[in-house]
Design a binder for this molecule. Structure first.
Ligand code: PLP
Length: 421
């Protein structure tokens, strides 16, 4: 035995070393995967992960050296991911309620804090009830299948988030895809869908690649005219859009016309994890009976619940944080436009700096990091061909100096690479 162990150790196969599965099927799979990975590299669409060695905040330490980097690519819109009160609430919840529930909600995975958070979410959005999920991806995966049958129809914006697209794929309703924010096309599809029992229009409230906001007033008007329900995904709106940060429906004055809201706890609301659906009570009751990601996945850990609950308290006490983020967004957008850049979208903290060329976006993002500014370039297939960009995300915890340094770095790098004259 010792001899086999020594041979294994010499071959690098000691205890803890990865074991490669043997057999021709495993070898065939390995070859296929390696070739697929090579194709992704060859297509220039390889996504690598930069390792952060500090908290999520306006300034970061990157593993391997980079310190004091200014972070402009988090969805930490309100800066609550490292807010001292949010962290304290998580620690208290961890100590009082433990690490986790080892169970789904309906078996023994519901604690008082889960019910309190659901009640708080419903109150925040002024809806009847809410249900928690492990993520908004799960909330989107669960809702359409539970709600819609082959007798019904769902009408979806072509640029909706991948999780909405996947959720719709899972349901058996009739599917209509309308052109991005195109109300004429939506109307045509609504007319076509009159033959079905129920119609649900599904849209992102704010679209994360372009920073543009769905024309909810017009969508709700069409929905009323053609007897449809409206569903919005508010991941990039909850907590900061609208006078009180309630989201796109508040911003556009249609809170009483949107039936269902899905959103995340993993962005502005503390940034830990978790998602939810909020809307009419019978819908939430039905989701507790039928929604598969809810029925077959573990409860949210208490520390995560504690973070989100405190984030909502802070937002319900005051809208000062959201207003400070809006002012900083305005500062960045106007200074960049004055410098000669085109920024897509309007008034949203997602500020895509439009460059067109994929290589240009990638080298400029790299050069920005050399100047201490962390931003990410996006190109095809994440965005359409010829529409490459660097996406900048503004947070309430950026200082005016951070914003100005970012604009200065863009100006230098843009001139160097010919994006600015
Ligand atoms: N919907 C939208 C519009 C998103 O941007 C995201 C996250 O990127 C999700 C859903 C998924 O949210 P979560 O991270 O909570 O799964």
């Amino acid at each position: 035995m010792w001899r086999a162990a020594a041979v294994r150790a010499l071959r690098g196969g000691g205890a803890g070393a990865p074991r490669a599965a043997s057999g021709s099927a495993a070898a065939q799979l390995r070859r296929r995967l390696e070739s697929e990975l090579e194709d992704i590299r060859g297509a220039g669409t390889w996504k690598s992960e930069r390792i952060i060695a500090s908290r999520q905040g306006p300034h970061l330490h990157l593993a391997g050296g980079g310190a004091g980097i200014i972070n402009f690519c988090a969805n930490n819109y309100l800066g609550l991911s490292s807010h001292p009160e949010v962290i304290r609430a998580a620690v208290e919840a961890l100590e009082k309620f433990g690490a986790g529930l080892s169970s789904v909600r309906f078996i023994c995975g519901t604690q008082s804090i889960h019910k309190d958070l659901e009640e708080k979410i419903a109150r925040f959005h002024q809806r009847e009830d809410a249900i928690l999920y492990a993520s908004c991806f799960d909330a989107n995966a669960g809702i359409f299948e539970a709600l819609l049958t082959p007798e019904d129809a769902v009408l979806s914006d072509e640029l909706n988030h991948a999780s909405i697209i996947d959720g719709i794929r899972l349901c058996k309703a009739n599917k209509y895809r309308y052109r991005h924010m195109d109300m004429q096309d939506l109307e045509a599809k609504l007319k076509e869908a009159q033959k079905h029992r129920l119609r649900l229009v599904a849209t992102d409230g704010a679209f994360s690649m372009d920073g543009d906001i769905a024309p909810l007033r017009e969508i709700c008007q069409l929905a009323q005219q053609y007897d449809a329900l409206v569903f919005i995904d508010e991941c990039h709106a909850t907590g900061f859009l609208g006078p009180n940060g309630r989201g796109t429906d508040e911003l556009l004055g249609v809170m009483d016309k949107v039936t269902i809201i899905n959103s995340t706890l993993g962005k502005a609301l503390g940034g830990a994890a978790g998602g939810y659906t909020t809307g009419p009570k019978p819908l939430i009751d039905l989701l507790r009976q039928r929604s598969r990601p809810y029925l077959f996945s573990n409860s949210l850990p208490p520390a995560v619940v504690g973070c989100a609950s405190k984030a909502l308290d802070l937002l319900m006490e005051s809208n000062a944080i959201a207003q400070s983020m809006a002012a900083k967004t305005q500062r960045f957008r106007s200074k960049m436009t004055a410098a000669g850049f085109t920024i897509s979208g309007k008034d949203h903290p997602i500020c895509p700096v439009m460059l067109g060329d994929a290589r240009l976006a990638s080298v400029m993002a790299e050069d920005m990091l050399n100047r201490g500014i962390y931003v990410i370039g996006f190109s095809y297939p994440v965005v359409p061909k010829g529409k490459a960009r660097i996406r900048v995300q503004i947070s309430a915890v950026h200082s005016d100096e951070d914003i100005d340094r970012c604009v200065e770095a863009f100006t230098e790098v843009g001139r160097k690479h010919g994006a600015l004259s």
